[in-house]
Design a protein around this ligand. Structure first.
Ligand code: FDA
Length: 308
């Protein structure tokens, strides 16, 4: 899709990034604020309070700088632990999502396990749940291995993400269900080769439904993360025909994406958790969101030009 290509190029552009980053989150009305709570923990807490007041729950995701060395991974881990303390002190729901590359998986696997354990220890002491996001297919196996390592070590305040577009995910789902692990199901956000991933929407959606059914019947507190009304309907219909109550699973959606759908599901008695990103490295995230919304191109350009 043209808008996706355009916004991917913008996301990778350093000069646009420098230009936009200076002004994008300055105003409440800024385009970026639709999808990102702000740069600080206080911004994230304020967004979380609004979400919770509307009867939804949330998971906070810190958008931190890229990590290429062990000392950067250590710094990112210390930042994450500090954020946990700040969230706990704010008295909002205790649930965070993190990316393994932020904690050093691309640098050294053992260090990443150590860093994750440090986060899980701090999280466990304060009753947090930690979701390990799934990145591109270079990290699928290592992420699941790291998850299973900490699981075997007795950590239970942690869950994983499986991507419906990967052909391997049905088997991974069975394995995670057998462990009793909490899985978030997503379509998958990266460009993957056809030999390992389904390219067509129809095939990917069929896989999503097959995995959703496995999670609802055999899984532990699964999260169905999508804004696709057809897949949401397929989930509620399947649950109803199997007599699976609405408190046995939850829907998850991004902050700022289809808020109408989010509150609509809540008012029908379904649990909805909103994924709230915040932090200084918001620019690529927001560009990816905008790539999903071609109608917004004009709005963004106007916003940029007027926001001087
Ligand atoms: P689809 O792409 O068909 O979108 C349905 C509608 O929602 C469209 O109208 C679209 O415009 C809108 N929409 C969807 N995403 C949007 C966005 N970002 N910005 C603006 N509009 C958007 N992926 C992954 O690989 N690893 C992960 O760990 C996660 N984690 C994750 C957590 C949560 C809570 C969610 C909701 C999603 C993820 N994802 C993810 C992303 C997921 O793989 C997928 O790329 C997006 O959810 C988009 O797919 P949908 O199922 O929403 O359908």
């Amino acid at each position: 899709m043209l808008s996706q290509v355009l916004f991917d190029a913008l996301a990778a552009s350093r000069s646009v990034r420098a230009f936009v980053s200076k002004r994008g989150l300055r105003r409440e009305s800024s385009f970026a604020r639709r999808f990102v709570a702000g740069e600080t923990v206080a911004d994230a807490v304020a967004a979380a309070r609004t979400i919770e007041a509307a009867g939804l729950t949330q998971t906070l995701h810190y958008l931190g700088p890229a990590v290429a060395t062990m000392s950067e991974a250590d710094r990112a881990t210390r930042t994450c632990i500090r954020i946990l303390h700040e969230i706990a002190a704010a008295g909002i729901g205790r649930n965070v999502s993190l990316k393994p590359t932020q904690h050093g998986v691309s640098v050294d696997r053992a260090t990443c396990v150590d860093n994750l354990r440090r986060v899980l220890d701090a999280a466990g002491a304060q009753d947090f749940f930690v979701r390990i996001d799934m990145e591109d297919s270079r990290y699928t196996q290592v992420t699941l291995d790291i998850f299973e390592t900490v699981w075997q070590q007795g950590y239970r305040n942690v869950g994983v993400v499986l991507q419906a577009y990967l052909a391997r995910s049905v088997e991974d789902t069975r394995r995670m269900n057998a462990l009793g692990a909490r899985v978030r199901l997503v379509k998958g956000a990266y460009r993957e080769p056809g030999r390992i991933a389904y390219r067509s929407n129809a095939r990917r959606n069929r896989a999503f439904i097959a995995i959703m059914e496995l999670l609802l019947t055999e899984g532990t507190d699964p999260a169905i993360a999508t804004h696709d009304p057809g897949l949401i309907e397929a989930t509620t219909t399947f649950a109803a025909t199997r007599g699976i109550p609405a408190d046995r699973y939850e829907f998850q959606m991004f902050y700022g994406v289809r808020p109408d759908l989010q509150t609509g599901l809540t008012s029908r008695g379904y649990r909805v958790r909103v994924y709230i990103p915040f932090g200084g490295e918001w620019f690529p995230y927001v560009m990816r969101c905008l790539g999903k919304r071609p109608a917004d191109v004009g709005f963004v350009l106007r916003n940029l030009l007027l926001d001087r």
